[in-house]
Design a binder for this molecule. Structure first.
Ligand code: BMX
Length: 311
């Protein structure tokens, strides 16, 4: 889908983020050199996480927005995305999503031209163009969300890495232990992994309680967070030397929780200097995916340079 854009006239895009635990939507208006979010709203993911139920809840959220001036819909969705179709890698997050044509389903439900990106890819694009990467000379940028899952988005030479089959930059599905029983990072380091660990300690407050206890100085909680941060830091280190990354941006509910970024930096600092690189917090916070999905719709050239020239 191509969207010719006049640089001067304001353009409003509806944005939708389908995450592990919530659906969020807003309008994103691009005018001259500025970008504004408005009408932000959020609901919990429906208990039924199959495609039809999620599309119905998402369509209701979008239809509640004032759509008169809206020219298209940009979507950030958890799961691997190829040509608008979504496949869940983690079947606890989305059920029965096997190449589901989300782009077409949302187009049919809203009548808006729809473009779908993976949520971490969208957030990477949002942070590179309007967030923490904007002030940096980081053409090779990795975004990692530590949230329900652990997701990744990668810019190489200022271009968002996309693959024909959709399976790319999935940092959470890199394996974390050697051998046939090695678990993927996500099942050890994510918010959902910490929720499970908290429950096993008899704590009802999930990963948030782990963070609160660690901040209050409780040793077991602190060690468990360090373990998560060390696993993520090891992946960052590997990707830095493999890809020549300039910097990393961290997002997600756990990634942006008190103390997590500091733990990540400390764990990376324990490794030899060749693995070191700057790590920043997502400047757009939980809106990174919304902004990125909308910004992606706005530029045909799909390079950070083109996006900056445009804005
Ligand atoms: C999972 C995977 C990624 C996603 C990441 C973060 C699914 C359904 N999702 O690794 O595609 O980017 O989670 O997304 O397999 P979250 O919002 O679900 O945490």
């Amino acid at each position: 889908m191509s969207f010719a854009v006049s640089a001067s006239a304001p353009q409003t895009i509806a944005a939708l983020d389908i995450g592990g635990t919530k659906l969020a939507a807003c309008l994103v208006t691009f005018a001259g050199a500025g970008m504004t979010l408005s009408h932000q709203q959020q609901v919990a993911m429906p208990a039924d996480r199959r495609p039809e139920a999620v599309v119905a809840a998402a369509a209701a959220l979008i239809q509640a927005l004032p759509l008169a001036e809206v020219r298209a819909l940009g979507v950030a969705a958890t799961g691997s995305v190829a040509a608008g179709r979504v496949t869940a890698l983690n079947s606890a997050t989305l059920q029965d999503w096997h190449g589901f044509d989300l782009q077409n389903a949302l187009y049919s439900a809203t009548n808006l031209a729809t473009t779908v990106l993976n949520d971490a890819d969208a957030a990477a694009w949002g942070e590179a163009t309007w967030g923490a990467g904007r002030a940096e000379a980081w053409p090779d940028l990795l975004f990692i969300t530590v949230s329900t899952g652990v997701g990744g988005g990668l810019l190489l030479d200022g271009r968002l890495r996309q693959s024909r089959h959709g399976l790319h930059s999935e940092v959470g599905f890199m394996r974390s232990q050697a051998g046939p029983d090695g678990q993927a990072l996500e099942y050890l380091a994510s918010g959902a992994a910490l929720d499970g660990w908290a429950a096993a300690q008899g704590w009802g407050g999930g990963s948030r309680e782990v963070v609160a206890r660690a901040e209050a100085g409780e040793q077991a909680a602190s060690a468990r967070l360090d373990e998560s941060a060390a696993l993520v830091a090891a992946k960052i280190a590997d990707l830095k030397v493999a890809l020549g990354l300039d910097g990393v941006v961290i997002g997600g509910g756990l990634g942006l929780a008190a103390g997590y970024l500091g733990r990540l930096r400390s764990q990376l600092a324990l490794l030899p200097a060749l693995y070191h690189l700057p790590i920043k917090a997502a400047a757009l916070g939980s809106a990174a995916g919304l902004v990125g999905a909308a910004a992606w719709v706005m530029t045909d050239a799909k390079s950070v340079e083109a996006q900056r020239e445009h804005s």
